[in-house]
Design a protein around this ligand. Sequence first.
Ligand SMILES: Nc1ncnc2c1ncn2[C@@H]1O[C@H](COP(=O)(O)OP(=O)(O)O)[C@@H](O)[C@H]1O
Ligand SMILES: [Mg+2]
Length: 364
Amino acid sequence: MTALTRLRLTDFRSHAALDLKLDTRPVCLYGPNGAGKTNILEAISQLGPGRGLRAAALPDMTRHNAPNGWTISATLDNEQKLGVGLEPTQTGHKRTIRLDSAPATVTDLAELIRIVWLTPDMDSVFRGGASDRRRFFDRQVMAHIPSHGSAANRYEKAMRERNALLERGRVDPAWADAIEGRMAEAGALIAANRARVLTLLQAAVDARPEGHFPKGDLALTGPAEQAATEGAGMMDIADLIAEDLAKGRYRDQAAGRTLSGPHRTDLTVIHRPTGAPAGQASTGQQKALLIGLILASARALCEDGEGPSPLILLDEAAAHLDRDRRAALFDELLSIGGQAWLTGTEDYLFEPFGDRAQKVEISP
Ligand SMILES: Nc1ncnc2c1ncn2[C@@H]1O[C@H](COP(=O)(O)OP(=O)(O)O)[C@@H](O)[C@H]1O
Ligand SMILES: [Mg+2]
C-alpha cells in the first residue's frame, strides 16, 4: 500500500502554504465551495505523468501574484520524499522533480506512486465525443504504463508533420512514407498499450463485487487496437497503420487532417445490466457506471504486480450518492487498498467511514 503521510503545497493555486500531516487511511477533505479542495487533488495529480486532473498549463497553477512558481512536496508512508515544482527562469519556467532531495524524472516518480481520479467534469464522458472518451481511457493507460504519454506525443508530432506536408500540395512519396513510418511505430505502441490495459481493466470490472456500481463491457473501436487485442505483433500493427495512412493520403489532403489512425479510436462501453450503450443510460446510471470503472481501474493497479497501489482521487463523488451507495463506495475503497482522497462540502457525507478514514477541514 502506498499512501501520502504528509502533503505540503506552496503557492499552488489558492494555497499559499498548506501542510497536511496524515496517516495511511483514506483522506476526506471537507469545506465550503471554493475552499481549495479540488486544488489539493490537482496538486497530488501533478506527482504522476501527464498534465494532471485539470489538464492545466503549469504556470496557471501558480498562486495569483506569487513571484516564484509553486512547489508540492509529499512524503510516502515508507518515508520517501517526492517533490515537483515550477520555477521561473530567465526565458520562462521549468518543471523540477525531486526524489529524496535529488533531481529525478517523471519515470522515477512513476515507480513510487500511481494515481487515478474521477472528477465531476468526467460525468459526461459517455454522452460526449470520442475524444473525451479516448482521453479518459488514455489516462487509465498512463496510470499503468507511464511511457504511454510520450508515445502519444511522438505520434502527434509526426501527425502534425504529415498534415503540414499534405497541405503543401505536391507530396514527395518517400518523405510521406518516412513520416507515416514514425506515426506507425508510435501508433503501434499506443494501440498495444491500450489493448493491454483494456484487458486488465475488463478483468478488474468482472472481478468487482456485484452491487451498487454496475459493470460495463468495454471495447476499443480502432483497427490497430483490435489487431493488438487479437495478439498481433508490433511490426504487424505498425504495418497496418502505415498502410491505412498511405491509402488515405488524397482523402486526408482533401479533409485537411488525418482521418485514420489511433488518434481516432473510441472507447465503447455497454451498461451491462441493461445491455444498452452507456450514453443511453440515465444520468445516475452513468455516474454509477463511471465510479465502478474507476474502482476497477484502481483495483487493476493494485493487482498487476508491477508497481505501487494507486492513490484514488474522487472529487465530489460522495455528494450525489444516497447513504447506502456512499457506504458501499467507502467499503469498496477500503477493500481496494490504495489510499483514497475524497472531497465534499460537508463532513457528514463521510460519516459511514467512521474512524476508518481521516477527516480534514479545508478553510478558504
Ligand atoms: N492560480 C490561482 N491562484 C489563486 N487562486 C486560485 C488559482 N486558481 C484557482 N484559484 C482559486 O481556487 C478556488 C477554487 O478552488 P477549488 O479547489 O476548486 O475549490 P473547492 O474547494 O470548491 O474544490 C477559487 O476561489 C479560485 O479562485
Ligand atoms: Mg471542487
